[in-house]
Ligand binder design. Structure first.
Ligand code: KG4
Ligand code: ZN
Length: 358
């Protein structure tokens, strides 16, 4: 029998409900974005985000069932983002999911949002199986990792300050390009010269390993803009956007090379997270993979940014390897990728490993 998973995502400014069958088959993936509401404030206002999630969540769940031509009785598992994210926003999705699990008497899994981003590639690429190398770049996180199997992600590097997406958003703000910054910078950069400004690439030393830092780059861009303004010179927005984007991409590509050097036996590289929607970043990493003989994977843009289908996919594998979460699990705003999932402690690693690799 097919397993129908109803998935809910509400960690930031997108409310999403999806129905995923047997982990990889998306029956529907509805996303209600709050971007237009937060745009006037130049970023996400947490209190407003929670209220908007609350307004739409029930309607979205009903719409998802209608689109998939299913009823609540056809659902076998509820999957919901338990963190990381905004506490109030997470609580809306978690409360709805717990109510459904209780009412329908079906299991629930509290899913790590970052594992969801990794899993987006499973939805887009039916042939993709662990192990593989991965770069996860979102608004709040930047991770270089090895996806060892469906239950284990090993973190090799992360940002020591700003996340990649965060730096796009902050630089866009100073350039007056609005929110969210990533797509705006990408558009502006298309008309600009990536070599016009020599912005810094941080933490390139051997000892810096696979960690990255984007805060110095952001400051350098802000200082450049302020200096130009003080001198009364025009700010060449496109050139600055292109030069900034090139610095981020150079940094990520350099570290991706190091990751590949550390794991010469792995022949797949998967990019995911909101920043993975960036065409220039995709092209640079694709070219690197081609040069090194690795297969390159990236989801379509709609599965790069926040969505519930990726949570449904991650929830399926979590349920299959660790079983259900207890109904009293908490929202975890600071949950890291690689943190244990509910049930991890109960199953010996040797039983878990490769359980689903077949
Ligand atoms: O994964 P995501 O939707 O939410 C988080 O989990 O944070 O990522 C959102 C981030 C934002 O910082 C946004 O500016 C960035 O992804 N982003 C992009 C692009 N599209 C979205 N960054 C660069 N280029 C893009 N095309
Ligand atoms: Zn996300």
């Amino acid at each position: 029998m097919d397993m129908n998973i109803l998935a809910i995502e509400s960690s930031c400014d997108e409310t999403s409900a999806a129905i995923v069958q047997d982990g990889r088959h998306v029956l529907c993936n509805l996303i209600s974005s709050q971007i237009d509401i937060h745009r006037v404030f130049g970023g996400v206002v947490p209190e407003i985000a929670s209220r908007k999630h609350l307004e739409v969540i029930n309607h979205l769940l009903e719409a998802a069932l209608a689109e998939a031509k299913l009823t609540f009785d056809d659902i076998h598992l509820v999957a919901v983002t338990r963190g990381p994210g905004l506490l109030g926003a997470l609580l809306v999705g978690i409360s709805a999911a717990k109510a459904l699990s209780f009412m329908l008497d079906i299991p629930i899994v509290g899913v790590n949002h970052m594992v969801g981003h990794v899993s987006a590639n499973y939805l887009a690429h039916p042939d993709l199986k662990p192990p593989f190398l991965s770069l996860v770049v979102s608004g709040g996180h930047t991770y270089f990792c090895v996806v060892e199997d469906y239950a284990h992600v090993k973190i090799l590097g992360e940002t020591v300050d700003d996340a990649a997406g965060e730096s796009f958003d902050k630089v866009a703000r100073v350039l007056g390009l609005g929110y969210p910054g990533g797509p705006a910078i990408q558009r502006a950069a298309e008309a600009g010269d990536p070599e016009a400004f020599d912005f810094p690439r941080a933490m390139m030393g051997k000892d810096d390993g696979l960690n990255v830092s984007f805060s110095g780059l952001k400051t350098a861009v802000i200082n450049t803009v302020h200096t130009l303004e003080q001198k009364g010179e025009g700010v060449p927005t496109s050139d600055i956007a292109a030069s900034f984007q090139a610095a981020v991409i150079d940094t990520l590509v350099t570290k991706a090379k190091r990751l590949m050097d550390q794991y010469p036996g792995l022949s797949r590289f998967a990019l995911s997270g909101g920043v993975a929607a960036n065409a220039a970043l995709q092209n640079a990493l694709k070219a690197l993979c081609e040069k090194r003989g690795l297969a390159f994977y990236v989801p379509p843009a709609i599965l790069c940014t926040d969505n519930a289908a990726m949570i449904g996919c991650a929830g399926y594998y979590q349920y299959m390897t660790r079983g259900t979460s207890e109904l009293d699990f908490a929202a975890e705003p600071d949950l890291a990728l690689g943190a244990p999932d509910p049930g991890d402690q109960d199953i010996p690693t040797e039983v878990l490993v490769d359980l689903l690799n077949e």
